[in-house]
Design a protein around this ligand. Structure first.
Ligand code: SF4
Ligand code: SF4
Length: 1998
């Protein structure tokens, strides 16, 4: 069994092995006799081995003897245990203890039982009292019946080291042997098993909580047995023990100090899954329920074997996650082990072959020499007390409700209902955001489940966030990987339970009715009415103390800290004075009262009560507004909450219902039910990912790691939680809470219209940083499209900025003091790129095109691409095109094991085992049937249309032993491949990695929490896993420390982008680097984060054929990326003086901490991260992979097999027959043979005419016949272990008992767990029972077996299974394909099948009958099965007992394929079922596919696929022929409005909305996706609020803005963008029409006065904002009306002056003073204003027009465009002025753009004779050029309203391109014509364009009116000059003080006068932000006016 243990770097030191036996009295008597000591009779003394060291052993022995004396015990002898050093490894020898054996006499007058107890006290006390610094002291065991020999060995070294064990005098009647493979702790002598009572194969996941609660129980325990001595036994759990050690202590304590027998104590600690087991007898269920009131389960995968010397037994965890097989012989010997074949017994001597079932116990009474079955033991224990009667006294919530009827009945009595959503300040106070509500809560209320997200998490860690994250966000959920398996909480909910008792616990040591005096809750969420009832409840004498979580605002930060201390004190007082419940409540939060964090207070209180031993006296209920998400609830439960009332979430839901945001028909109870259900499912998922199945165990278990919380805060509130980089204090938490308070209740919040939304999930302009933000994505795409280094530099710089804001590595920087080397000396990029791999993205999650592009890329550069778990089609890996090879070098083997065949394995360079994935560690996934296309189904060996569930990783791996086995299997299946294991970063990953390295992995991937592309619940994406920086550093360090680093290559993975990222990863210890998101972006991904919807608009994350056509990615672009990246790395290496990449690895000395961040980030401590691993173990070889792992493959039987079959393989012979013996050391038998077959014959195995027939006898090792190819037929007489036929791909396996066995095969176990896992083809006949998880994920094999354990046929997608006997529970869970036929002998099957995805039918149809019969006949022929014979013989009686298990999806697919023959009788039933299922599935679709009604047509509008279905509306203007007849606005408002909703449906609400980005999209950061959605949903008022939060004047922008947002819209990549501007305009116009736009007069006035010069858009925006801030604002306008450009520059056709007037009037009503005809700088001195006002803002615009530098410029008829437009506007508004009139004139407009267009439209209306415009640039292309990629403003040919009108009127477009004016021709001083010449443009080698004239292209144009529209040169200079302002090189006012301040601190400038000529929308943006800076200046505190994107931040100065 050496293969089940681990070996250290010396290949000779095991992780531990040992044996526990009865005391070999004869041996000891003889041994002591030599020393002259006579031992008392057997049983009359106790003995044990104690580890000491030479130096201190004698003093220890004296002290020990002294202590014994105190207990009236006498040490009679010491003996040095004889050992042989040479038998053990070098590493073990280094820490070898001195093993001293002590003998203690039982006083003659002492009762044996009392003696044993005293010995126990001695052991406990000496363990507590004799351990001192510098002294080794550990008692292996101390007992009168048993002795433990153990140490740091492999299992065979044990016998060589302890020579006693080989002494013939050593006799024992029992032996408990253990060998260890350590993955959660470092191996040591002390940690070897067996322990004092148990030996354990598994892991207790809930350890922290179990240990904490055990400590807490010390406060309520009393013992009749030990009396006062009891406290001497404390702590029950000794410090620094492993999970097994802790379990051992408690089990020993329970048996010693209470009246429980050992089996009962075991049952209490490891209960069965009783809650959902309908078949369990009531009395047993009642025992378990009673016992759960006594103690929470110690939960985790576990096979615990135990003995007290008399009884020896074992128990298996509730889910059966460890193997345990046993034989009983005729000689009454019971042999139980993890495998069969450990003990050679003649088959004829065996009477029973069985296994422990999940949750079952096995016991042997060595005294009675009796084997006791589970049922017998448990029935006995269940009946030992009146548990059922006692249970009647448990308290239920219903009982409390009834008792408090008067207060409970009226749910409306719930206090403080939220009525004014979203303005309830508590929402802001508790950090609610729009995302919280819309993305997280609404789906929970609507659909009873959490919503999905995708593309990982790229937002800042909480410790780096600037937006006051809640304390919960600092906690990352831990998850199971390698050491234990996560559970599938949905398909395996049979083992999950959310029930829990709360309230005081009674004395654990005294079983009684008192234990059930607790409240039994079905789930941990309390409704508001129930919480109210509990707060005042006095039923059955209970008392509740409510502790206030709020304090007075005035007390500031100190008050916060004091409040938490007060809560602890009050809690203690209440607990010690008879209260049963504590309710900590922040209900009083509000104006004047700041809430402390409920989490911090809870943690502090919980730990304080544990420390003071009061915790078990009370239950703690948390009534808080803070918690609402699944993660929040999890963290509260993890840190001590018994139940939670998230009241604000409920209140919010009620408000949302009233607003019709959620279903308006639901009542409060339904809201509660929906929410509680969603939380229940969410929490279950979080528990399951750690392998925890009961809430009771999860509570207080602290399954989290903190990132960025300082030691002080951890020890006060979260004691025992790992927090590796330190960080914030309670004061920081307080400060941020006060900031939230100020935002909620501050008196200067004057422009808060919507709930704050910093964009934690989706990027938002002005919000949280994200690594994937628009500018970076755009630059990266641009860079790689054309190998544009400037764009790459831009990408690097924006990315680095985000990396600094978001990640840990961003807090580091490279040292700069190294001697640089010349770049030419640095390793070439072509070598560096070989270290790059692309991430494991399946074909299925991404399109075939994208998947293949990545493969081709990586093959071209010599890197590696990864298939992902979806696998790869054989055509791809067999093709030989060297430049376009689509083969992925890395083949991933994941939990679903989708179609892994011998050929797939044989064609890999790397075989990667996915233990976890960054985006959702510990979770599985699902590919819905509609995504399973023909190609995908073929690749995954499945059926098109049948959904594929990937269970949580890794469903065939329960432990490190199993992982080691899979590594071995894969190596055997492809000896040339490198075996890789993918892990996700979390605390302890280094120890796990060292276990994985010992398991012989050659490559380890450490993924960060942030990576991942798959869809998952937001909880998984956001809150599980840790940054890779921590994981890589820890892994490298631990591997170096254990000298294992040279065996493995480490790969870092997770949001790697730039050279900096790669170099940091290398310096921390990584050799290779994985990239997923970056190459996707290069291929066109825009991070829409809609991957889960199958609607990726760029054809990447979709299987939709229409969308796939939109894929434009090219391998060349991705190659460009990797080479640009490598060059970036080379530059960094040159700077660091490093020539070879290998020399970077592990050089943490080249990194230093950058202290440029915030105070929060500066509090982080990176010393652990930056520790140089070589300091831990100097001189270690750290070159990854330089020492090969030794698999000892040459010793395998397969090599013999291959030799014997060589002739068949070579085609020399067709058949061969081979006969061999086999034992359990022979693992993966047949897989290397299959590898050779696959290499030679490919996917189909041996040709039909060939066969290799193998006959074996014995007990086969694990993975027998794994990946067996077609043509290989194996028959085994004997039995086999786990994983028989794993990945079977065509071969045939027959296993039957040996001929001489006498037992009945159908009652005995013949094969182990997880047989035929992922089989794709072939047959398997097992004459006997298969253990748990038979045929899981079988997709094509045919199997016949005589019985199976739990979870049979789980996730099966194809194949046929016949079961001739009993099945276990949960049969067919998640089964979507294939058929199973069950011979249901006792009619119990229907209670064991999981009917969620299958239906049951009788075996009736002829084709089924024939199929089953023929299989049975074949089975009988091959195995001689008696049961099959009987069934066949008595077919008429047998047939009705068969049940056909037929999955719904499969039925549907078969039906669709019209494979109907044979299913006629079922068709009705099938149809019914399909109907029912479809109905049931509707809600599931709803959460991703909302269909809504279109008002206009009453057709449902499809928002999800709207962008595919609906075309963009182009008819936004009235008819050109009509509109040119009037001066009215040109827009066709009626038409636009009619189609708005359809247009809004085209918006995809992108995760990264480029439209909103002020880099390319809307400068204002308008929250476009939100208001688009609101318009779609008819919520116009909220849409208005969203709009006004960012934009003061949507009526202007909605009319005149050229809409860069639309240019940047993602949809514009491949078609016309979303309509944005028209929607914007419609929202505001509708608001005016509805009367919603009312003056908002500021409530407070500051008394400060601001003068604004210029009333254009910038000045108006600033005025509006400053007025809102309470300042007195005066706007000076030199013209006769305010509005600047809006008034006179833009014609009425585009912007009606009534619209301008309406706005100015509104502003005036709000208190803004407008002074017209006030020409500052001419008539009014600016210096005067400076004296009168507190601040002066210049928004004078860019008004100096660019002129024409030609002779005759001053001719009549030549005008600037603005003069022309202004004169027309004035006239229209009733002015007395003359207009510049175009009537009957030839009009020439020089210059294009909007102004030119406005001029032509005006001239047209005036009656011009002809209109021509000259543009000097060439005609723009129809489509974007390569140098103008999306999302840049598209420089394409457009036809605006003016162009169209001219074309309609004169028949041609007025624009003449490449035309420049050479001469102005006159007559009588008036212009008459223009001479022009054509120009051409040429690109120079430097990339610049140069213009030259085309000779002979001169032309004359008649001209009566020439309008110059060539732009503006800057502001007029008189005003800035007067007050001495600096100008920039372009003549604009220079900002020298912040963005808008000038050289004069009182003077500010904004808009075109500062920025230069720009768009109206930029002017408004400038005005808004300038107002913020002015407000900050005036008030001397950060402004609370909204910043970019409308986000308010009162913590930072502008
Ligand atoms: S202001 Fe302009 S850029 Fe912004 S959303 Fe409106 S139209 Fe688009
Ligand atoms: S407008 Fe375009 S870019 Fe903006 S969210 Fe909608 S689809 Fe995305």
């Amino acid at each position: 069994m050496n293969h089940r243990g681990a070996c250290a770097c010396d290949n000779d030191t095991g992780d531990g092995a040992g044996v526990k036996t009865s005391i070999p009295h004869n041996l000891y008597s003889k041994e002591l006799m030599f020393g002259g000591v006579r031992l008392p009779a057997a049983g009359k003394y106790a003995t044990g081995i104690i580890y000491c060291d030479e130096k201190t052993s004698s003093e220890v022995e004296v002290e020990f003897a002294q202590l014994a004396l105190e207990l009236n015990l006498k040490v009679i002898a010491w003996r040095t245990v004889p050992t042989n050093k040479d038998a053990i490894g070098v590493v073990a020898r280094k820490s070898e203890p001195l093993s001293r054996q002590v003998f203690i006499e039982c006083p003659s007058d002492l009762d044996q039982k009392i003696f044993d107890r005293q010995i126990y006290v001695l052991r406990k006390r000496s363990s507590h009292e004799l351990i001192k610094e510098g002294r080794r002291f550990y008692i292996c065991s101390l007992c009168s019946k048993t002795i433990v020999y153990k140490g740091l060995f492999t299992s065979d070294q044990l016998w060589g080291y302890y020579t006693d064990l080989k002494n013939p005098d050593f006799e024992t009647y029992l032996a408990l042997v253990h060998t260890r493979f350590s993955t959660n702790t470092f191996p040591s002598w002390e940690r070897a098993h067996p322990l004092r009572v148990i030996a354990h194969n598994g892991e207790i996941n809930t350890l922290r909580g179990n240990v904490n609660l055990m400590k807490a129980r010390e406060g309520v325990m009393q013992s009749e047995i030990f009396g006062d001595q009891l406290t001497k036994l404390y702590p029950v759990v000794e410090p620094n023990l492993s999970d097994s050690g802790s379990f051992d202590c408690v089990l020993e304590f329970l048996t010693m100090a209470s009246e429980r027998s050992l089996p009962e104590a075991v049952m209490t600690m490891v209960p069965e899954a009783w809650q959902n087991d309908k078949t369990m007898p009531q009395e047993k269920r009642d025992f378990y329920q009673w016992a759960s009131c006594v103690m929470e389960p110690w939960d985790g995968p576990a096979l615990i074997s135990f003995t007290d010397g008399r009884y020896i037994g074992a128990v298996l965890d509730r889910n059966g996650l460890r193997p345990s097989r046993f034989y009983v012989t005729r000689e009454n010997i019971l042999v139980m082990a993890s495998e069969v074949g450990v003990y050679d017994i003649d088959a004829s001597q065996i009477v029973l072959k069985s296994r422990l079932k999940p949750g079952r116990m096995l016991l042997v009474d060595t005294k009675e020499k009796k084997f006791i079955q589970d049922v017998e033991i448990k029935t006995h224990i269940a009946r030992s007390r009146p548990h059922s009667e006692w249970l009647q006294q448990k308290i239920t919530i219903d009982e409390i409700r009834n008792a408090n009827f008067a207060t409970a009945s009226d749910e409306l009595k719930s206090t403080n209902l939220l009525r004014n959503y979203p303005f309830d300040p508590r929402l802001l106070l508790f950090g609610y955001t729009t995302e919280t509500i819309n993305m997280l809560l609404v789906p929970m209320f609507n659909d009873k489940k959490e919503a999905l997200g995708s593309m990982g998490n790229d937002a800042p860690l909480a410790c780096l966030s600037a937006f006051q994250p809640l304390l919960y966000d600092y906690f990352k959920q831990l998850f199971a990987q390698v050491t234990n398996p996560p559970i599938d909480p949905f398909r395996e909910k049979v083992v999950m339970s959310m029930q829990s008792p709360i309230g005081p616990e009674a004395n654990l040591l005294q079983p009684s009715v008192k234990q059930v005096h607790r409240i039994w809750l079905q789930n941990p969420i309390l409704s508001i009415p129930d919480t109210n009832v509990l707060k005042s409840n006095i039923h059955r004498g209970w008392k509740t103390k409510v502790l206030d979580l709020t304090y007075e605002f005035e007390k500031g930060v100190r008050g916060y800290v004091d409040c938490i201390d007060d809560i602890c004190r009050q809690g203690f007082d209440a607990a010690s004075s008879g209260y049963q419940l504590l309710v900590i409540s922040d209900r009083n939060a509000g104006r004047g009262r700041v809430p402390v964090s409920a989490l911090a207070a809870l943690g502090a209180l919980h730990h304080f009560l544990i420390e003071t031993l009061q915790r078990m006296k009370v239950g703690i209920i948390v009534e808080t507004a803070e918690a609402r998400e699944v993660h929040h609830i999890c963290v509260l439960l993890g840190y001590g909450a018994d139940a939670i009332c998230p009241y604000l979430a409920f209140e919010l839901a009620q408000a949302l219902r009233d607003d019709c945001v959620i279903n308006s028909d639901v009542n409060n109870k339904q809201i509660y039910n929906a929410y509680a259900k969603a939380i229940e499912m969410g929490v279950a998922k979080v528990m399951a990912k750690m392998g925890i199945s009961t809430l009771q165990s999860y509570k207080s278990a602290q399954i989290f790691e903190a990132v960025g919380i300082g030691e002080e805060l951890i020890s006060k509130c979260f004691r025992g939680t790992a927090s590796r980089i330190g960080g914030i204090t309670l004061e920081t938490v307080a400060k941020e809470a006060i900031e939230r308070y100020n935002m909620a209740f501050g008196d200067r919040l004057f422009d808060t219209r919507i709930l704050r939304n910093p964009g934690n999930y989706h990027w938002r302009n002005g919000g949280e940083a994200h690594i994937n933000e628009p500018a970076a994505i755009a630059s990266l795409q641009e860079a790689t499209l054309n190998k544009n280094w400037n764009s790459f530099e831009a990408f690097k710089s924006t990315t680095l900025d985000s990396v600094r804001k978001c990640t840990l590595r961003g807090q580091l920087e490279l040292v700069t003091d190294q001697n640089k080397v010349d770049i030419s000396e640095v390793e070439p990029a072509s070598e560096i790129v070989k270290r790059f791999v692309t991430g494991a993205m399946s074909f299925g999650s991404i399109s075939l095109e994208a998947h293949q592009t990545l493969a081709i890329t990586m093959n071209r550069i010599g890197g590696k691409s990864n298939t992902g778990e979806g696998g790869e089609n054989s055509e791809r890996y067999l093709e030989k095109d060297s430049t376009n090879s689509r083969r992925s070098a890395i083949k991933q083997i994941a939990s679903g094991r989708f179609g892994v065949t011998a050929a797939y394995l044989a064609n890999a360079d790397d075989l990667q085992i996915k233990m976890a994935q960054g985006a959702k560690p510990g979770e599985g996934g699902e590919l819905p049937g509609y995504k399973v296309t023909k190609e995908i189904a073929k690749t995954r060996h499945s059926v098109p249309g049948v959904g594929l569930i990937s269970p949580p990783p890794h469903h065939d791996i329960y432990s490190i032993e199993d992982l080691a086995e899979l590594i071995y299997d894969l190596k055997c299946s492809n000896p040339k491949a490198r075996i890789s294991v993918k892990l996700v970063s979390e605390v302890g990953v280094g120890v796990v990695a060292s276990g994985v390295a010992k398991g012989k992995a050659e490559h380890i991937v450490i993924s960060g929490h942030d990576g991942g592309t798959g869809a998952s619940s937001w909880t998984g994406i956001k809150h599980a896993g840790l940054p890779w920086e921590l994981g890589v550093a820890e892994t490298h360090q631990v591997l170096v420390l254990n000298n294992l680093r040279s065996r493995v290559i480490i790969q870092a993975d997770g949001q790697l982008r730039t050279g900096f990222d790669v170099v940091v990863a290398a310096l921390l210890g990584a050799d290779e680097f994985g990239f997923s998101t970056a190459p996707l972006i290069v291929m066109g991904c825009t991070m829409m984060r809609k991957c889960h919807l199958n609607t990726c608009p760029v054809g990447i994350a979709t299987q939709d054929p229409v969308l796939r056509q939109k894929f434009t990615g090219k391998p060349e672009h991705v190659v460009n990326f990797f080479f640009m990246l490598a060059e970036d790395i080379r530059n960094i290496m040159a700077e660091l003086g490093i020539r070879r990449f290998q020399d970077l690895i592990g050089r943490t000395d080249l990194l230093q901490v950058s202290r440029k961040g915030s105070s929060k980030s500066n509090s982080l401590n990176f010393s652990l991260l930056l520790k140089n691993a070589l300091e831990l173990r100097p001189g270690t070889n750290i070159v990854g992979g330089s020492i090969p792992q030794d698999f000892q493959l040459e010793k395998r039987a397969d090599y013999k097999l291959i030799q014997m079959a060589q002739n068949v393989l070579d085609g020399v012979e067709d058949n061969t027959t081979i006969k061999l013996l086999i034992n359990n050391e022979e693992r993966a038998f047949g897989s290397t043979l299959s590898y050779h077959i696959a290499c030679k014959y490919g996917e189909n195995g041996l040709p039909r005419e060939k066969s290799i027939d193998i006959f074996l006898e014995g007990s086969a090792g694990q993975s027998f016949c794994a990946f067996l190819s077609s043509g290989v037929n194996v028959t085994l007489k004997g039995d086999a272990n786990d994983y028989v036929g794993k990945g079977l791909c065509g071969g045939s396996v027959v296993i039957m008992p040996p001929d001489n066995s006498t037992f009945e095969s159908h009652l005995n176990v013949i094969v182990g767990n997880v047989c035929l896992y992922g089989a794709t083809k072939g047959t398997a006949y097992f004459r006997g029972i298969a253990a748990e998880r038979f045929c899981v994920r079988n997709s094509g094999a045919t199997a016949v077996v005589e019985g199976v354990g739990d979870h049979g046929c789980e996730y099966m997608t194809g194949g046929i299974v016949v079961i001739l006997g009993l099945t276990g529970r949960n049969f067919a869970a998640g089964m979507s394909g294939g058929i199973a036929y069950i011979y249901d002998t006792d009619g119990s099957f229907k209670n064991k099948v999981n009917l969620e995805s299958v239906s049951l039918f009788p075996l009736e149809h002829e084709s089924d009958v024939q199929l089953v019969k023929s299989l049975l006949n074949d089975f009988v022929r091959k195995t001689n099965s008696q049961i099959a014979k009987e069934v066949c013989l008595n077919w008429n009686e047998s047939q009705p007992k068969f049940v056909k298990v037929f999955p719904y999806e499969y039925q549907k697919v078969l039906k669709n394929l019209e494979i109907k023959q044979g299913y006629s009788e079922e068709s009705e039933s099938v149809n019914e079922i399909i109907k029912v299922k479809e109905k049931q599935k509707e809600p599931a679709i709803k959460d991703i596919e909302e269909t809504l009604k279109n008002n206009s047509s009453e057709q449902p509008l499809d928002k999800i696929r709207g962008f595919i279905k609906y075309k963009r509306d182009l008819n936004i203007y009235r008819k050109a022929s009509e509109r040119q007849e009037d001066w009215d606005e040109v827009y066709n408002f009626q038409y636009i409005r009619k189609h708005l909703k359809t247009q809004a449906a085209r918006c995809m609400e992108c995760g990264v909305p480029f439209c909103q980005s002020n880099t390319h999209g809307c400068p204002l950061g308008n929250i476009i996706p939100k208001w688009n959605d609101l318009v779609f949903n008819n919520d116009w008022q909220e849409a208005l609020r969203q709009l006004l939060q960012t934009n003061n004047f949507p009526e202007f922008t909605g009319r005149v803005c050229p809409a860069p947002c639309e240019g940047a819209c993602v949809l514009g990549i491949s078609e016309l963008p979303v309509t944005i501007k028209n929607i914007e305009c419609a929202i505001i116009d509708h608001a005016f029409e509805q009367g919603w736009m009312k003056p908002e007069i500021p409530k407070l006035r500051t008394g400060k006065r601001v003068a604004i010069v210029g009333s254009g858009p910038s000045g108006l925006a600033a005025a509006s904002q400053l007025n809102r801030a309470g300042h007195f604002v005066t706007v000076f306008e030199r013209n006769d009306r305010p509005g600047g450009l809006l008034q006179y520059g833009i014609p009425t056709m585009k912007l009606s002056k009534a619209v301008v007037k309406r706005r100015i009037a509104l502003m005036a009503d709000e208190g803004i003073e407008f002074r017209i005809n006030a020409y500052v700088g001419r008539d009014i001195k600016a210096s005067g204003l400076l004296e009168q006002y507190d601040a002066l803002l210049l928004t004078t615009g860019s008004t100096s027009p660019r002129d024409l530098n030609l002779n005759n410029r001053d001719l009549n008829g030549i005008h600037f465009a603005m003069e022309f437009l202004e004169s027309q506007q004035k006239k229209q508004l009733g002015g007395k002025n003359d207009i510049i009139c175009a009537k009957d004139k030839h009009v020439i407009i020089i210059g294009g753009g909007d102004t030119g267009c406005d001029c032509m439209a005006t001239a047209l209306r005036q009656g011009a004779k002809s209109i021509t415009t000259f543009e000097i640039l060439p005609e723009p292309p129809k489509n974007r050029g390569n140098d103008n990629p999306w999302p840049q403003w598209p420089k394409v040919f457009r036809v605006d309203y003016g162009h169209e009108e001219v074309r309609v009127k004169f028949g041609n477009d007025p624009r003449q391109y490449c035309t420049t004016t050479k001469e102005l021709i006159e007559e009588n001083g008036t212009v008459t014509a223009l001479k022009t010449i054509q120009v051409e443009w040429n690109k120079q080698p430097n990339g610049q364009w140069s213009m030259s004239e085309v000779k002979g292209s001169e032309k004359y144009y008649p001209a009566d009116l020439v309008l110059l529209a060539m732009g503006f040169l800057g502001p007029e200079k008189s005003l800035p000059t007067e007050i001495g302002l600096e100008l920039d090189a372009r003549g604009n006012i220079k900002s020298t003080n912040g963005s808008f301040g000038t050289s004069n601190p009182k003077v500010f400038a904004a808009g075109d006068c500062r920025r230069g000529q720009s768009l109206v929308v930029w002017a408004i943006t400038e005005g808004r932000q300038a107002a913020r800076q002015i407000d900050t200046y005036l008030m001397n505190v950060p402004s609370s006016l909204p910043g970019p994107g409308g986000i308010i931040d009162i913590t930072r100065n502008v």
